[in-house]
Design a protein around this ligand. Structure first.
Ligand SMILES: Cc1cc2nc3c(=O)[nH]c(=O)nc-3n(C[C@H](O)[C@H](O)[C@H](O)COP(=O)(O)O)c2cc1C
Length: 404
C-alpha cells in the first residue's frame, strides 16, 4: 500500500489533510443560480466522509457561461450562501474548492440570458441552438470575469479554485481545432488557440495569488474524437499551464457535447436519460441516443496510462482523476507520481468512501457499478446514485438491471 494517501499535502497556501479531492461533478442542486441547503448537506457529508478537499461544481464566471438552471453563477449575491457551505466544510476538517468556468456554446438562450456564444459561430446540437462566435471585447471581458470569480470565491471562504479548461467548455472550445474555426489572432495555430486560455489564466492566477488561494486547472489530455486535441498537442498546452505556476493540473479528457462518455466511461442508460429529459427531447434521445453517444467501456484507472505521459513531460504537481474505485487503484495513481487524486462517482455512491478506505482493509472497493444513473438524472433532477433513490420507476430499474 502507498504510504502517501493519508499524509497531508500542501496545495499552494492550503494544507490538505490527505491526498483525496472530491472531483468537480455538477450536483444539480442549485436554485436561482445560487446554493441551497441540499448542496450544503451534500458537501458537508463528503467533508465528514474524510476527503482532503471537496469541490463545488460548476460555477459560471458570468451569466452567459451557465449551461443549466441549477448551476451556480458566481456573483456577490450568493457569497453569504456559499460562505455557509465553506464554513461547514471547514468545521469537518476538509478544505473547500469551487470549479469556475464558462460553458461557451453548450447552453440555451433561456439559461444564458442571451444568444449562446462560443469560439466560433455554428449550431450546437447539445442545446439545439445557434451559437455566435465571440467578439474581441467579449473575449477580453470573459477573461476578466475569471479574475473576478476568483476574488468572489475568496470572499465566500473557498481555499482553492479549479479553472475548467477541459471537457469542451469555453477554454477548450478555443483550444480545440474541432470547435475553433477563427481566422483572427485567437484561431489557427496552437499559439493562437491558446491565447484565450492564457488570458483567463493570467487573470485567475493573479487574483488567486493576490488573495492567498490555491489554484488548479482541469485540462483535457485529448478530446476523444478525430479532429480534436490529441496527446502531443495537449502536452504542449499543459506546459503552458504549468508556466503560470498553478498549484496542480487535473488531467482529464473528452468533450461533453461530442464524446461525453470519454470523460466518464461506463454505460449510459438511454431510457433513464430520456425519462429525465423535457418532453420535446425525450423521444429524440430514446431513438438517436444509442447512435449519438459513443460508448467507452469503464476500466479502473482508465486515464492512468495516458496521464503518465504527462507525468513524464511535466515537472509541477499533477492530479489524477478517472475511474478510482479502490485503495489499490488510488495507490497505483499516487505511486505513479501524482501528488493528489480526485474522485467523483465513488463519492456520489458513498460520501464516506475515503473514511472507509482509512478504516477498512486494502480490499475496500466502491459499490459504484458505473451504470451512470447519476449522470442521466443530473440533467434535470439532481445528482444522486441509484442506490440512494427509493421508488424508482419500474422501467428505469429494469434498464439498470439489463445493462451488462
Ligand atoms: C454526475 C457527474 C457530474 C459531473 N460534472 C462535472 C463538472 O461539472 N465538471 C467537471 O469538470 N467534471 C464533471 N464530471 C466529471 C468528474 O469530475 C470526473 O472527471 C469523472 O467522473 C471521472 O471521475 P470518476 O471516475 O471518479 O467518476 C462529472 C461526473 C459525474 C459523474
Amino acid at each position: 500500500m502507498s504510504s502517501t494517501l493519508f499524509t497531508p499535502y500542501k496545495l499552494g497556501p492550503v494544507t490538505l489533510r490527505n491526498r483525496t479531492i472530491r472531483s468537480a461533478a455538477f450536483e444539480s442542486m442549485g436554485k436561482d443560480f445560487g446554493p441551497t441547503r441540499q448542496l450544503k448537506d451534500y458537501h458537508v457529508a463528503v467533508a465528514r466522509g474524510g476527503v482532503g478537499m471537496t469541490t463545488l461544481a460548476y460555477a459560471a464566471v458570468c451569466r452567459s457561461g451557465l449551461s443549466f438552471n441549477k448551476q451556480l453563477w458566481l456573483r456577490p449575491e450568493i457569497v453569504p450562501g456559499l460562505r455557509e457551505i465553506t464554513d461547514a466544510v471547514h468545521r469537518e476538517g476538509a478544505a473547500a474548492a469551487i470549479q469556475i468556468g464558462h460553458c461557451g456554446n453548450m447552453t440555451h438562450w433561456t439559461t444564458a440570458g442571451q444568444m449562446p456564444i462560443g469560439a466560433s459561430t455554428g449550431f450546437n446540437l447539445y442545446a439545439y441552438t445557434p451559437v455566435r462566435g465571440m467578439k474581441r471585447r467579449e473575449i477580453e471581458q470573459v477573461a476578466r470575469d475569471f479574475g473576478t470569480a476568483v476574488r468572489t470565491a475568496r470572499d465566500a471562504g473557498f481555499d482553492s479554485v479549479e479553472v475548467h479548461a477541459g471537457h469542451g467548455y469555453l477554454i477548450s472550445q478555443f483550444l480545440s481545432p474541432y470547435t475553433n474555426h477563427r481566422h483572427d489572432e485567437y484561431g489557427g495555430s496552437l499559439e493562437n488557440r491558446m491565447r484565450f486560455m492564457r488570458m483567463c489564466l493570467g487573470e485567475a492566477v493573479e487574483a488567486a495569488r493576490a488573495c492567498g488561494m490555491a489554484i488548479t486547472v482541469k485540462h483535457n489530455m485529448y478530446d476523444g474524437f478525430k479532429g480534436g486535441i490529441e496527446i502531443p498537442e495537449s502536452i504542449e498546452i499543459a506546459k503552458v499551464i504549468e508556466s503560470f505556476g498553478v498549484d496542480g493540473i487535473v488531467l482529464s479528457g473528452g468533450f461533453v457535447s461530442k464524446a461525453p462518455m470519454a470523460v466518464m466511461r461506463g454505460l449510459i442508460p438511454i431510457y433513464t436519460m430520456s425519462y429525465y429529459s423535457p418532453l420535446w427531447l425525450r423521444y429524440f434521445i430514446r431513438w438517436c441516443g444509442p447512435f449519438m453517444i459513443k460508448q467507452f467501456p469503464f476500466e479502473e484507472c482508465y486515464f492512468l496510462e495516458d496521464a503518465k505521459k504527462f507525468r513524464a513531460a511535466l515537472k509541477g504537481p499533477l492530479i489524477y482523476v478517472g475511474g478510482l474505485v479502490s485503495r489499490e487503484g488510488i495507490d497505483r495513481a499516487l505511486d505513479s507520481g501524482f501528488e493528489l487524486v480526485q474522485m467523483a462517482r465513488a463519492l456520489v455512491n458513498d460520501p464516506a468512501f475515503v473514511a472507509k478506505l482509512r478504516e477498512g482493509d486494502a480490499a475496500t472497493r466502491s459499490a459504484c457499478d458505473h451504470r451512470n444513473y447519476c449522470i442521466a438524472r443530473m440533467y434535470s433532477v439532481d445528482m444522486k446514485c441509484c442506490k440512494h433513490c427509493d421508488n424508482l420507476p419500474r422501467r428505469i430499474v429494469e434498464e439498470l438491471k439489463r445493462l451488462p
